[in-house]
Write a protein that binds this ligand. Sequence first.
Ligand code: NAD
Length: 300
Amino acid sequence: MKVGFIGLGVMGGPMAANVLKGGHELTVYDLNPAAVARLTALGAKAASTLREVGQASEVLVTMLPEPQHVEGAVLGEQGAAAAMAPGSTVIDMSTIDPATSQRIGAALKVRGIAMVDSPVGKTSEHAVTGTLTLMIGGEAADIERVRPVLDCMGNQVFLCGGQGMGHAMKMTNNLLATTIMCANTEALAIGAKCGLTLETMVEVMKTTMGWNQQLAVALPKKAFLGDDSPGFMVKLAAKDVRLAVAAARQQGFEPLVGNGALATLDRAAQLGRADRDTAALLFLREEELGIRVRPATVSA
Ligand code: NAD
């Protein structure tokens, strides 16, 4: 298929590369020339405007940081949709809120353009290997038509409902995953401050209800190795929780746990960690409390 791809960052870059590997004709656009160059080196065509990538696309994928970026790139005055043919499809794979997703979908529908939302789960490593979790919302026929493109990027596919429900699922998931990460770093810091070693805490927690995937998989791969290179950046985690907190309030309830996670992430961003991996939450606590959670064998 003729595929356009807007947003070639930590996630979008390798995802676009996998679309290319899947045999599709790929045109790419990003504000960062270095990100574009990485894809053209693999055989993609570079578009110099959003209109140009829209015109070149039967299927246009967006993988951008925030809701306003997606809305602007697709529907803005200079946006891609104006140049897309009726019958074409936009797939938004960014993490945005379901209300914005549905507003974009409705505006595209008026132009005869379909919208499928397919935000992704797992990590940048899975983006590279094409093994992301895909949380899909949309009409069955639209999803079926773009499956050859989606299948290049993910191997665990969940149909979540109508258009916007993929984004609802992702927002819900990330509220949970991110609050667990914040809780982990806080609990480990308290334990270390009391004098416990990481080894003791992990061995005990493995046997209790405190055990979780962040502690089992994410922290050992990054934070416990002294690595806070992105990864999943603090600013993106804060954005996800902010979207969920706003959605909860719109639904008429106060998300008390989400508020705590958001305060934790916003504080880390204010203290200069916005562009670091969420592993930085642990390092910040270590610095502030004058403790060491990481094993002594890790020097970074
Ligand atoms: P990123 O910041 O690495 O990449 C974003 C890319 O978009 C950058 O290359 C940037 O130059 C480009 N960009 C920004 N605004 C643009 C615009 N208006 N027009 C064109 N290009 C623009 O972010 P990422 O980590 O790749 O995340 C992208 C999305 O995926 C976010 O919504 C994020 O929440 C979500 N996500 C990230 C992860 C992760 O582990 N990093 C996992 C799942 C989902």
